[in-house]
Design a protein around this ligand. Structure first.
Ligand code: GLN
Length: 205
């Protein structure tokens, strides 16, 4: 059987434990990431939901900013993680960290107080059936270039998207009771890790 891909979950603040559980059930080895040097060993990384201002401050304090701008393996930001990966942030602090890994202008807390948290079936263009999407003080975004592949929209704004190997979703897939997105991310990380190992093997031969 193929080796399991090693996928990190940034574990500085927020909903990281649930992502680890889903990743394991989806066939990956999940690792809690708290130091930038851990990024080297990973086949992929998830930035979880939580509080994007707090996570951004901790990322700067622990020296993650440049390594995450350069990280070349699949990376998936959910909710606060989506905010962190975007190019521009509306409703953030003046110096809030935006890693500029996807061409999105994201609006924090886009649903306002009336609809702070809710679950709704959401159709994604890469899934056959809708996913029960859990939105918790969720952001929504607008694309800033046609490099962004929009996977799902709510009220005409982006709720899930991809750009090359950067994935974002404004909801919490790790609370959905549905493993399909994690399985799909694990498969993406696995093909990358196998390509890598194959190359390494080829060099040795
Ligand atoms: N509203 C939070 C923020 O702006 C994100 C909420 C979440 O990750 N569930 O950081």
């Amino acid at each position: 059987m193929a080796a399991k891909p090693v996928i990190g979950v940034l574990a500085l603040q927020g909903a990281f434990a649930e992502h680890e559980d889903y990743l394991r059930r989806a066939g990956a080895l999940a690792v809690e990431v708290r130091r930038p040097d851990q990024l080297e060993e990973l086949d992929g990384l998830i930035l979880p939901g939580g509080e994007s201002t707090t996570i951004g401050k901790l990322l700067r304090r622990f020296g993650f900013e440049e390594p995450l701008r350069r990280f070349d393996r699949p990376i998936w930001g959910t909710c606060a993680g989506m905010i962190l990966l975007s190019r521009e942030i509306r409703g953030g602090l003046p110096d809030q960290l935006a890693l500029d890994r996807i061409d999105l202008r994201v609006t924090r807390n886009a649903f306002g107080r009336q609809a702070d948290s809710f679950t709704a079936p959401l159709e994604l263009s890469n899934l056959a059936e809708p996913i029960p999407a859990v939105f918790i003080r969720a952001p929504l975004a607008e694309p800033l270039s046609d490099r962004v592949e929009v996977l799902a929209e709510v009220d005409g704004q982006v709720a899930a998207a991809r750009q090359a190997n950067v994935w974002v979703s404004s909801f919490h897939p790790e609370l959905s009771g549905d493993l399909r997105l994690h399985k799909s991310f694990v498969a993406t990380c696995r093909s990358r890790s196998q390509g890598h190992k194959f190359q390494a093997g080829g060099q040795q031969a």
